[in-house]
Design a protein around this ligand. Sequence first.
Ligand code: NAP
Length: 249
Amino acid sequence: MKLLQDKTALITGASRGIGRSHALLFADEGANIIFTDLKQNEQSDALVAELRAKGVRADFLASNASDFAQTQEVAAWVQENYGRLDILVNNAGITRDQLILRMSVEDWNMVMDVNLRSVFNYTKAFAPMMMRQRSGSIVNISSIVGLNGNAGQCNYAASKAGIIGFTRSIAKELGSRGIRCNAVAPGFIETPMTQQLSEEVRKEWMKQIPLHRGGLDTDVAHVSLFLASDLAAYVTGQVISCDGGLAIN
Ligand code: NAP
């Protein structure tokens, strides 16, 4: 029996990177997949085809996760077309790094909107459905930066720390309805987001990681798979780091 057999999962911002990896792994474990991103493109089309080839239902919805009204539309579409949602992975995220003295209000707002407001939007949109089902697993993708902070990323760190407070609150609020809510805190993961960093910055990170390598997007997806599945039936309100040991330094 596959871990997510016949469950339906929605993953935000999943045309590429960590979200894409979640979609592929969850499909391998038998889940039907709905994924979102800002725009439909070759990547999203290719992922739909790849997922369907695995024998599961798969659909892509172009939707801005930071826009409340658009997330309500996504929830209505899922209700009409799938009738339920078992797993919600709030993955969409961006960086707009800058030291505080140079950070613009726009960069602050943009990161808070995409990284934190989106988690509120999607949780609010799907909580009623999960409450009616009396089951559901929400996995929020935070970051080690939300736990430890990072110079030059005060907006990103605040948004990711906010996700942790939100996760613990929702776990307390919705636990009695059979809904679990957990967070994953990835460290340095090899994706387009981190490939933008200079070689010097990358080397500095590697030195600090006890496992001496960057993480893979699949490393993060495996932790989420555990949290999404019934293996984690008694786990809620937790933040699991997936960082090669970086946070213990
Ligand atoms: P990524 O490769 O940049 O992928 C992020 C995805 O989110 C992209 O497909 C992007 O779409 C989408 N997105 C951006 N804004 C959106 C919005 N408003 N609505 C819907 N989708 C949106 O990033 P990643 O490295 O896979 O990161 C995924 C998550 O992991 C993020 O929350 C990130 O903060 C977190 N994380 C990453 C690392 C790391 O080392 N990579 C570490 C810790 C945490 P576009 O292609 O249109 O921009």
